[in-house]
Design a protein around this ligand. Sequence first.
Ligand SMILES: *[C@@H]1O[C@H](CO)[C@@H](O)[C@H](O)[C@H]1NC(C)=O
Ligand SMILES: *[C@@H]1O[C@H](CO)[C@@H](O)[C@H](O)[C@H]1NC(C)=O
Length: 331
Amino acid sequence: MYILSTVNLTVFIRSNIVEVMRPWKYQTVGLIFIIGVILILLFSIYGRTFDTRSVGVDDLSSKTGHELITQQNVHQIQQKIYATSGLPEEYQIPSDEELDKLDEPTLMKIYWKYINMLQILCKDVIRVGNLNDGGKEICVDNGFKPQAPCLVYSFGINNMFDFDNSIVNTFGCDVHCFDPSMKNETRRLSEHVWFYKWGLGGRNHVNNKNWEIKTLDTIRKELGHTNRSIDILKIDIEGDEWNAIPQMIVSRALNDVKQISMETHFASEFAHTHNYWGGLPPNKQLSALRQLYDFGFRTFMRERNLWGKQKWPGLSVEITNVNEVSMIKPV
Ligand SMILES: *[C@@H]1O[C@H](CO)[C@@H](O)[C@H](O)[C@H]1NC(C)=O
Ligand SMILES: *[C@@H]1O[C@H](CO)[C@@H](O)[C@H](O)[C@H]1NC(C)=O
């Protein structure tokens, strides 16, 4: 009985509610539909406004590189950056005269801010070589993807040929590898890989470790590559990059280099006075970075190398002064 009466009651209530609700239900559906249409309209208008604003170069100054990148605006930003003459002023590295006047913590902050900034977008980036130290990020967008017969120079090997072999397997390039710190002698290693017991530097000389150091233009002449463009220049040479960069620019050896993948080693004044990691004062290291920018190279990828993290004099936090940067030079 109890069950029966409950069922009856439920049926009674339900049928009455349905009767009461019916006209209300149609109104509700209509109302929800209209609200939906209004919301869609509002979102599409707002969304478009947002997109236009987010490609403005002004926004570069208030956002970090990776915040700028969304699926929708990648192409627009790329066009915009290609079209503008350069970075907002507060993101640029100061002139040599100004750098000379700055103290070490200030120079370190400029380095840190600059080296972690994206300056151009490469839509397709692939990792070549291993995921730890040694592998590099390569841009394979139109105009930058190496195609056989391509030429790659790889400075700084330390017995790890994973980057070099990966370049051969992926693109079929000729890879010329250089490392004066290895015991091995200069020889051709395989159909596409050569090894030289030479180092890259700012002048041709034999250094205090008895390593044969050469400039990029000298190497290109000696190897008969003056009329072949270099698809990728990989540089991991423990601070000597600061000596090599200005010389590569002045000698025009960098003129037909399409992309650079480099490990940077920003060294303190202490390193300068004790002559290691390139032996240059911090302001000269920043100057070399600025010269690369002025020459037209733009960073599309950067990574912090935690191997080089330290607490810098005058700064309260630990930061990395060893960084990986990959750059392309748009034409
Ligand atoms: C370098 O020399 C070592 C020791 O002789 C040898 O095991 C290694 O295969 C050599 N590597 C190359 C790339 O020639
Ligand atoms: C580069 O130089 C070599 C030898 O001097 C020549 O055979 C070749 O045609 C040149 N290539 C180009 C692209 O100029």
